[in-house]
Design a protein around this ligand. Structure first.
Ligand code: FAD
Length: 411
């Protein structure tokens, strides 16, 4: 994305000083260029705001160019795995043989960060710590030690301004960086990569959907958990249930189908309701869970740099091939209609539907496709209703192919 318009040092052809050296971060609290669609990725909180018009995932996005620059080619749309999960040279499921206590899943992401520092592959790891006052308020950091990486383990399931730390790079001595982040953060990072004062950049991506502001998270917890104040960890899991862990160590599970859809329809950030980068197309390596069987993590290696990252931990992993079972399509179509009508099932019925779907519903990669289909159709409809002027140019070709497989309510 940037290569065509910038020299390697970031100077735009014909100008003496690169734009970011003349720019200043925007004032916190001001209206950012993407307005209501801003995901607060942090780019505008750094001098690299200079490139926001072409870097912001919600102002302009170009998956084909980003994939071609990052991986050497864009995804093959006639290959179902690439259509759904992006450019890849390898997919597998895994878990750390010795899970890291307190990690989101088994801690593969944190372990890669630790090993990247211990082996000298990088000088720093961009990761997300937490506020001392609030477990769910994200604090992006450039971790220089394994202890700092480990302290940043576990999701802060709220919009996080990861790229604000770019501001700390000049003069820091950091020349090789591992950046961990979600799709919108990585799209912007890739767009400014050639202008950063770095020799090497490795990108470890997390899949991401349905993120929320801190206030939105509170609404979600209060509507879904029996004890919102004591939740320390939660995850939407492959058994179609949300698993909440409480501060006393107890676990609570709630069926997806029992969520209060009328109340939660507006809780997700508008950026996330207009996002099609669920599987983090620009990352070298992606570590999530949704393409793996219950309890395991799902790994996609997009390019040789991603394999370098995986090599750091592969001897410590219990790995298995990805599998796929079931047929998602009828369930996705029913979900589109139910969501649009904002139906809320009584708890007993939600439990029954959850029980049945868990036994006969989609699993492994088919669960991943179920989740992608459900979110892409919902987001395409949301965009057509709320931002019709940008909907068609904003929905990437791969997402359009997926959305066209379903019958959507009229905008
Ligand atoms: C907001 C969010 C939504 C997600 N949604 C999905 C999903 O729908 N499907 C799926 O398969 N996977 C999703 N993931 C990824 C998944 O939940 C795990 O994070 C991933 O499998 C890694 O687990 P782990 O135990 O290896 O991570 P850990 O070792 O616990 O490390 C977690 C890492 O997440 C980073 N992080 C924490 N909060 C944020 C944030 N807000 N933004 C960016 N980075 C952050 C930290 O820096 C840390 O390095 C999501 C992650 C996040 C942060």
């Amino acid at each position: 994305m940037t290569a065509a318009s910038s020299t390697p040092s970031g100077a735009t052809a014909g100008s003496a000083t690169p734009p970011h050296e003349r720019a200043r971060p925007l004032a916190k609290g001001s209206v950012y260029p993407a307005k209501d669609l801003c995901s607060q990725c942090g780019l505008c909180d750094s001098r690299w705001v200079a490139y926001v018009r072409r870097a912001c995932a919600f102002l302009s996005q170009n998956f084909e160019a980003m994939e071609a620059t990052a991986h050497g080619r864009s995804r093959r749309l006639d290959d179902e795995d690439e259509l759904y999960f992006g450019v890849q040279q390898r997919m597998l499921s895994a878990r750390l043989q010795q899970p890291i206590a307190g990690a989101q899943w088994t801690g593969i992401v944190s372990r890669i960060g630790v090993r990247a520092l211990e082996t000298g592959l990088v000088d720093a790891v961009l990761c997300v710590g937490q506020s001392p006052d609030d477990r769910f308020t994200p604090v992006p950091v450039l971790a220089r030690t394994p202890e700092q990486v480990l302290a940043a383990r576990v999701n802060k399931p709220t919009l996080s301004p990861n790229l604000e730390v770019l501001e700390q790079l000049p003069g820091s001595g950091i020349q090789r960086l591992l950046a961990i982040g979600v799709g919108c953060q990585i799209q912007a990072l890739r767009a400014v990569q050639s202008t950063l004062p770095l020799e090497q950049l490795y990108v470890l991506g997390l899949p991401c959907v349905d993120n929320v502001s801190r206030e939105g998270l509170q609404t979600f917890l209060e509507s879904a958990s029996r004890s919102p104040e004591t939740v320390v960890h939660y995850e939407f899991m492959q058994d179609f249930r949300i698993h909440f862990r409480h501060s006393d160590g107890s676990e609570e599970t709630v069926p997806f189908f029992g969520l209060d859809t009328p109340k939660l329809k507006d809780v997700f950030a508008p950026s996330c309701l207009s996002c099609f980068d669920y599987t983090n197309a620009g990352a070298d390596l992606v570590v999530g869970y949704m393409g793996a069987s219950f309890g395991r993590q799902w790994i996609t290696v997009r390019n040789p740099r991603g394999q370098v990252l995986l090599d750091l931990v592969e001897p410590e992993l219990d790995t298995a091939p990805v599998t796929s079972r079931g047929d998602r399509r009828a369930a996705v179509q029913q979900g589109i209609d139910a969501y649009d009508k904002a139906l809320k099932l009584p708890r007993w019925l939600a439990e029954l539907v959850g029980f049945l779907v868990q036994r006969v519903g989609p699993q492994g990669l088919e669960y991943g496709r179920f989740s992608i289909d459900s979110h892409f159709t919902r987001n395409a409809l949301w965009l057509r209703r709320h931002h019709p002027e940008m909907a068609e140019r904003h929905i990437p070709a791969f997402a359009r192919r997926i959305v066209e497989r379903y019958r959507l309510p009229s905008p």
